[in-house]
Design a protein. Sequence first.
Length: 366
Amino acid sequence: MSKQPTNSLPKPFLPILAFASITSIAIIWFNLHILILGFFIFTPLIVYFFYVKKSAKDLNYNTIDSVYYFGFSLTIVTLATSAIIHFGLSSEIEDLQNLNLVFSQFGIGLLVTCLGLILRLFLLASMSKETEDEEQNARQSLIQDISELREEITGFASELKDINVSLKEQQNILNQGIIQGLKEATSELQNQCKQVQDSLIENQKQKNLELADYQSELQKSLFERMQDMNQEVYNNMQKANESHMDYVKKSQEQLINLAKDVGKSINDLEFHKVAQSAKKSVQLVSSAYEDMQQNITNFNDEMQKISKQYTDIHKQHQQQLHSTMQTTKASVESVNDALTEVANKASDHMKKQKSVVTSRSEQRVG
């Protein structure tokens, strides 16, 4: 193996580091299992360590330190990639709330740095003929590296703490906004439902009053018509009775006169006059009977006419009552449609409020 210059890095350093960095970025990007990330980070470091260890004759402090810096570089790459992907590129609340993945990926990076540090110590211990000054410088360099690593870890922990506090504050603001929006939507829905309910009750009262007035007027009109028809029937019957009594009275008078004529004719022995008087009496009785039948027929016609009028009034009452019921049904259906429309508007309002709150939360996070 050719000897490396004192101030240069081993040739495989950059290719292996680039491969490990690209692989770790891809694994974090596609959110693969943490064990896969650990395998593709630890394996390149171990491969690079064995390569350096084989060149034991050409070992120098730059070569040995490169093992540590190899692991530290992978730690920085892992931390930066995880922070950018999970905090810089993502705006979803669910990703921001879950910090477990970030801590686990950062923990893998720290383990790589620790492994690099241990392997560096192992290489330092395997060096032969080290001078006291070189050993002292190596120790000071190691102490400085550990101090820098500690500062980096402390700074990152502080940043994570600030991020966690900020996320909690944003989550509280978001929750308060959602709760307030739901309260407003619920209050508005309750007010609209109350208004519709009051309108329904008032409309129903009005329809009931109109129906009651209509029934009262209809009953009053029917009663008046029945009274008029009863009075008309009574008058017709009275007229028929008077007419009948007149005919009976006239018939009696004619019969009395006929009897007188018969008696007179008998006394005078005028038999032809008796026959004529009897014939005339029969004609009068037949005429009276025909007039009585005509009066009875007229009375039946009047009764049929009155019955037909009563039937027509009853049908009219039923039609008006059916029309009133249809109007009341249409009113109830319109109120039902109004309630459905209010519920749909309230649902759309709640969805809009939720969308606005989510948009505001995303703007705050950005």
